[in-house]
Write a protein of this length. Structure first.
Length: 353
């Protein structure tokens, strides 16, 4: 591993964070083990989680962080019950605090100008969504552990950043939410303009697009991967709520209006496709952040959380039309969402070069 200590940023060196639909070498996961994330319910999530892994193995490697041989054996006991290609599954003994690899996993950047260059990793700081769920010191060092395993250079921006808070079109634009990235529990010493400079320099983008907020029940303070997703360079899928009395209605309408006003750097407006919100999912009276937008774009498929409601079929059909070159696969996330996230939150792509 090479620790990068230079005045040059990844952007200066030609590196950028590619769009999720670009070819992956692998998907990274951190095997779920924290009972407090799924109180009295963690045992219910493993069949769906293993099904997620099985679907991924049809098109790419799956690299899984586990604590030790015992956790590896436990994971395999579920994966082996599926049709997963076990030759595509690799385990790494990297202990984690929790399972949300989108946020604590590495940000892999590639160099389109010099494709023979190694990938690099950006190791943003991680503080468990504003210090909500200590301890988090194991999660915070996962990117550097992975870089060491593959002898990849690492950049350290020195600020808090979570992968679920940012969305990329692969052509210079990054979409995020003010409620999360400008929250005082992340980087209170930095202004919006300063945060934008970090994003541009360390993700290799040139334009930052802001929406206001996330959905009700989202303990991340509004991650954009629950609300708006790029599906190509100039098109987004955004969730909307049809019921005006629903708590999500107005905040999602605000996001929609902001999207309608946006322009890409070349002056184009965004193409906007709307996606319904599922019926509300509740845990002991608390609204959970169930959303069809938390899908994951794999090499061969798009894996979509479903919630045992009539809107599942509608959402799957809309997403399938957006990805004619991939199979859209719905996997029941009703138990997984008790942990306040789903398949996109649980995964982080490693691009191919």
């Amino acid at each position: 591993m090479n620790t990068v200590n230079t005045a040059l940023y990844p952007k200066d060196l030609g590196y950028t964070f590619p769009a999720e639909w670009e070819k992956h070498e692998a998907t990274w996961l951190s095997w779920p083990h924290k009972n407090e994330s799924w109180p009295d319910r963690i045992h219910l999530i493993f069949p769906a989680y293993a099904q997620f892994i099985a679907e991924l193995t049809k098109g790419e490697k799956v690299r899984i962080n586990v604590k030790n041989e015992e956790m590896k054996a436990f994971a395999l006991s579920y994966i082996e019950q599926t049709d997963a290609d076990l030759n595509q599954v690799e385990f790494f003994f990297h202990e984690t605090n929790d399972a949300w690899c989108r946020d604590h996993g590495p940000a892999f950047l590639i160099n389109r100008q010099q494709p023979d260059h190694k990938k690099v990793i950006v190791d943003w700081g991680f503080n468990a969504w504003g210090g909500k769920y200590p301890p988090f010191e194991n999660d915070d060092v996962i990117p550097t552990k992975i870089a060491k395993a593959f002898n990849l250079p690492v950049f350290y921006p020195g600020i808090i950043m979570e992968g679920g808070s940012v969305e990329f079109n692969g052509a210079g634009a990054l979409l995020t939410s003010k409620s999360c990235l400008l929250n005082e529990n992340r980087n209170p010493e930095h202004t919006q303009e300063q945060i934008e400079e970090y994003l541009k320099n360390y993700y290799g983008v040139s334009q930052i697009l802001w929406v206001e907020d996330g959905i009700v029940g989202d303990d991340t303070d509004g991650h954009v991967d629950d609300t708006i997703r790029f599906i190509n360079e100039d098109t987004v899928l955004t969730v909307i709520e049809d019921h005006i009395e629903d708590d999500n209605y107005e905040l999602l309408q605000t996001n929609l209006r902001q999207l309608q006003e946006m322009k890409l750097e070349d002056g184009r407006s965004l193409n906007i496709i709307t996606l319904p919100m599922p019926d509300g999912v509740y845990c002991e009276g608390e609204r959970l952040p169930a959303s069809y937008a938390n899908f994951y774009i794999a090499n061969k498929s798009v894996i979509v959380p479903t919630y045992r409601c009539a809107k599942d079929t509608i959402a799957l059909d809309i997403i399938q039309k957006c990805f004619p070159d991939r199979k859209v696969v719905g996997i029941d996330s009703t138990d997984i969402i008790w942990g306040l996230g789903s398949f996109h939150c649980l995964s982080q792509q490693e691009p191919a070069i």
